[in-house]
Design a protein around this ligand. Structure first.
Ligand code: TYD
Length: 204
């Protein structure tokens, strides 16, 4: 049987990363095979593109093209083969991040993003997307602890408010795929939400 494709989304500072590892452990303890990966990245080529996107100056269209180029390689050489052999794929960010950051944050044309999404994904969508939602002001406080910020982490609160609105629009358009988690709560409480959401799916 094919594996499940689960993505993790949210503005920088939402705290999703620790939950990905926790969910991988939780599923493996139940005898499931799990691949943990991230975007942009997840393959040698896509990780090289990630370096450019996070640290080189470029316009929003170039950003969008590079993240979709990275995604194409990642899907073709890593995600699709893993799902086909029955592994679940837990991916730290996917296309909703492009709609939220390049679309919402940078104001890039959502119709162009939809075209790229169709070309690159050939109908593939996550089975479940966990959106770690919290206000941009709270995320900014949490990000203060971050070491040298990348091009996105260095953006102001207004940018992240637009990114959050971008996620909200994607979630509203596909409520069956999205699960909205209250990421303003303490880590333990957020993990309880993650576990309950995943456990409630009829897949296990
Ligand atoms: P992130 O996933 O937050 O990694 P880390 O926790 O190591 O900082 O960093 C990836 C950044 O890339 C994040 O700020 C969002 C951005 N991004 C986009 O702008 N578009 C995309 O399509 C994706 C996948 C990420």
């Amino acid at each position: 049987m094919s594996g499940r494709f689960i993505t993790f989304e949210g503005i920088d500072g939402a705290g999703k990363s620790s939950h990905i590892e926790a969910l991988a452990l939780w599923l493996r303890a139940r005898g499931q095979r799990v691949v943990v990966t991230r975007e942009p990245g997840g393959t040698e080529l896509a990780e090289a593109l990630r370096e450019l996107v996070l640290h080189r100056s470029m316009d929003a269209m170039t950003e969008a093209l590079l993240v979709f180029a990275a995604r194409r390689d990642h899907l073709r050489t890593r995600i699709e083969p893993a799902l086909a052999e029955g592994s679940h794929v837990l991916c730290d960010r996917f296309t909703d991040a492009t709609f939220a950051y390049q679309g919402g944050g940078r104001g890039f044309d959502a119709e162009v993003l939809q075209t790229l999404e169709g070309w690159v994904q050939q109908g593939r969508q996550p089975d479940l997307t966990l959106w770690f939602d919290l206000p941009a002001s709270l995320a900014a406080q949490r990000r203060q602890a971050v070491r040298r910020p990348d091009r996105f982490e260095a953006e102001d609160e207004a940018f992240f408010a637009r990114v959050r609105a971008g996620y909200a629009a994607r979630a509203a358009a596909d409520p069956g795929r999205f699960s909205v988690l209250d990421a303003a709560q303490p880590l333990d409480a957020v993990w309880q939400q993650v576990q309950a959401t995943v456990e409630a799916r009829p897949w296990w």
